[in-house]
Design a protein around this ligand. Structure first.
Ligand SMILES: Cc1cc2nc3c(=O)[nH]c(=O)nc-3n(C[C@H](O)[C@H](O)[C@H](O)COP(=O)(O)OP(=O)(O)OC[C@H]3O[C@@H](n4cnc5c(N)ncnc54)[C@H](O)[C@@H]3O)c2cc1C
Length: 341
């Protein structure tokens, strides 16, 4: 009998937000650094490929995983000092992100409210530098404690070392597959200022009150918008935005606008533009399109959903069809935001 912390041939269906069938040759549910070291040191998995899993809300399994899946469930929140500008809090990688945002806010610690209701764990948040409504975790992150797979030792990484970009970090490149985040130290501003300027959020706040919004009001407004717009993965399998919004040059945007005057785009620094991927997909007539159980969500074309019974391969095939249609019509290649395994 394997010890309870290492399960053989384990189902991942309940552990991924698409709800697709897949198994892991081995699954370790780790609640502490000691659990992690124990699991990694087990001779049965010494030579196996490894995959880290948090809440499974940004991952698509297209086949079974033939190695060890490490599901990080490390708990804990503790005050970790301060800098001139911020209060620091170290949060265990297995903590639920949204509950952490709420818990800190309830304790009078504002600064994360724009990122409310993003599903998943705290440990996964730096991996793609989660962002929403004008804020990214990069702006509220002091450091990350991460275990180096090979050496089984933990290192402290500063925000600069994480090399954050738009839905991007060093964990997707240099440290891909070789670091496990154990905890994240968040930096919450001592002098809080509302992050506004995101049109949809500003409209929602105005509709609710004439007062300058508090952090609590922003939290509630963000939750309300997200509940209207995005499917709840516990009811309809999905991983949020399946694609990143593509970034193009000024020249490319000008060329596109001349053919598609209603193109939705946002100016970035450095003269580049971010295009709304949902608009591109909708303009290809693919909003609501379904192929078996896999579908483009009919209220937000950036989201792919499992209406029931879709395999990971079905969802990937639909994603490839979306990419091909957008590339053909606009000459723009959509890059998946979700991690495909
Ligand atoms: C309805 C919905 C809405 C969403 N909205 C947003 C949004 O607004 N903004 C946004 O940015 N994202 C959004 N997402 C995507 C998702 O919530 C985030 O990417 C989240 O951070 C994923 O967390 P997770 O714990 O589920 O990670 P998982 O899906 O389990 O893993 C994602 C990646 O992170 C790696 N990983 C996970 N934990 C660790 C760890 N401890 N150490 C090292 N690597 C790790 C995994 O190997 C994998 O590569 C949304 C998803 C859904 C379903």
């Amino acid at each position: 009998m394997p010890p309870p912390e290492l399960l053989a041939n384990a189902s991942l269906k309940a552990l991924n937000a698409f709800g697709v069938n897949a198994t892991a040759a081995w699954l370790a549910q780790v609640h502490s650094e000691a659990d992690l070291v124990g699991a990694l040191g087990d001779p049965r998995v010494a030579a196996c490929p490894r995959l880290v899993l948090g809440g499974g809300t940004n991952i698509l399994f297209v086949s079974d995983f033939s190695g060890l899946v490490v599901r990080v469930q490390i708990p804990g929140v503790r005050a970790a000092g301060e800098t001139d500008e911020s209060w620091l809090f170290e949060v265990g990688a297995g903590m639920d992100w949204h509950q952490t945002v709420r818990q800190l806010l309830d304790a009078g610690l504002a600064g994360l409210e724009n990122l409310a209701l993003i599903p998943g764990t705290v440990g996964a948040a730096p991996i793609q530098n989660i962002g929403a409504y004008g804020l990214e975790i990069a702006e509220r992150l002091h450091s990350v404690r991460a275990c180096v797979f090979q050496q089984q030792t933990a290192d402290e990484m500063s925000a600069t070392e994480c090399e954050f970009g738009y839905r991007d970090s060093a964990f997707k490149h240099e440290y891909k597959g070789c670091r496990i985040v154990l905890s994240v130290t968040l930096a919450l501003p001592k002098r809080w200022q509302a992050v506004l300027g995101y049109a949809e959020l500003d409209r929602e706040l105005k509709a609710r009150s004439n007062e300058p919004p508090s952090a609590g009001a922003i939290f509630e407004a963000v939750c309300a918008i997200r509940r209207r717009k995005l499917p709840d993965p516990t009811l309809l399998g999905n991983a949020g935005s399946f694609f990143k919004n593509p970034v193009v040059t000024r020249e490319k945007r000008t060329e596109l606008i001349s053919h598609f005057p209603s193109l939705v785009s946002y100016a970035l620094s450095g003269g580049r533009f971010k295009l709304a991927a949902g608009w591109l997909i909708e303009a290809c007539g693919m909003k609501g399109a379904s192929r078996g159980g896999a579908a483009v969500y009919d209220r937000q074309a950036l989201v792919l959903v499992n209406r029931g019974g879709a395999s990971g391969r079905d969802i990937l095939d639909l994603a490839r069809e979306v990419q091909a249609r957008v590339a053909e019509k606009f000459g723009v290649m959509l890059e998946p935001e979700a991690v495909i395994v």
